[in-house]
Ligand binder design. Sequence first.
Ligand code: ATP
Ligand code: PRP
Length: 217
Amino acid sequence: MKEQLTIALSKGRILKETLPLLAAADIVPAEDIFSSRKLIFDTNHPHIKLVVIRATDVPTYVEYGGADMGVAGKDVLMEHGGEGLYEPLDLEIACCRLMVAGMKDAQPVQGRMKVATKFVNVTREYFARQGAQVDIIKLYGAMELAPIMGLADRIVDIVDTGNTLRANGLEPMEHIADISSRFVVGQPSMKMKHRQIQPLLDKLAGAIEAKREEKSA
Ligand code: ATP
Ligand code: PRP
């Protein structure tokens, strides 16, 4: 008998791009996730279930074994710290950059800099590596507003097209990391359920490769 496998998916913008990759690996939800209020979904395989949760909760579920595997942005994984997780696949979706940004043409900050972000740990580590001590202000969204309102000198946030920064009179200043979504596996699950997980990873890797080839053709 096959062991039960649970995959935690980030709801929001990653989900739409994740489902075609799962489908290419022959995992298809039994009903339409987008029109349902359910949190757990059966799939075409009786032993595989999907749970759909907030992006920031995915590493926590996988770390503590609430799910065997999951899909999360590298930004979220960096902030979480990655304890207890393997990160075997870059899904090459939801690509963006994690950046320091500030008001356009802002002067260098005198004294201790105030940085608004939801990526508190990543921000602390980034500035500490540069030998800079900064005051970090935790926000949960609309980071771009913080420098405008005088709450912070800089922000650390996701930048893709740069439209949100530009629309608010900000500009990117320093690149922290390239971001994409990753497939993660809990360390105990990888050990105990390896026989079932490895073929799934192989299929996903094939689907990523096929998509890459299609793009470059
Ligand atoms: P939550 O709603 O739980 O606070 P969130 O708002 O960060 O999370 P999403 O906006 O769905 O969730 O983003 C999920 C992931 O998509 C992010 O962790 C990041 O990896 C990536 N991402 C975020 N913004 C962009 C963007 N503008 N372009 C491309 N990818 C992005
Ligand atoms: C994300 C991020 C930026 C924006 C960047 O926000 O926090 O605000 O996208 O993308 P851009 O460079 O293409 O403009 P999102 O739209 O996810 O809203 P959020 O504030 O809910 O996170």
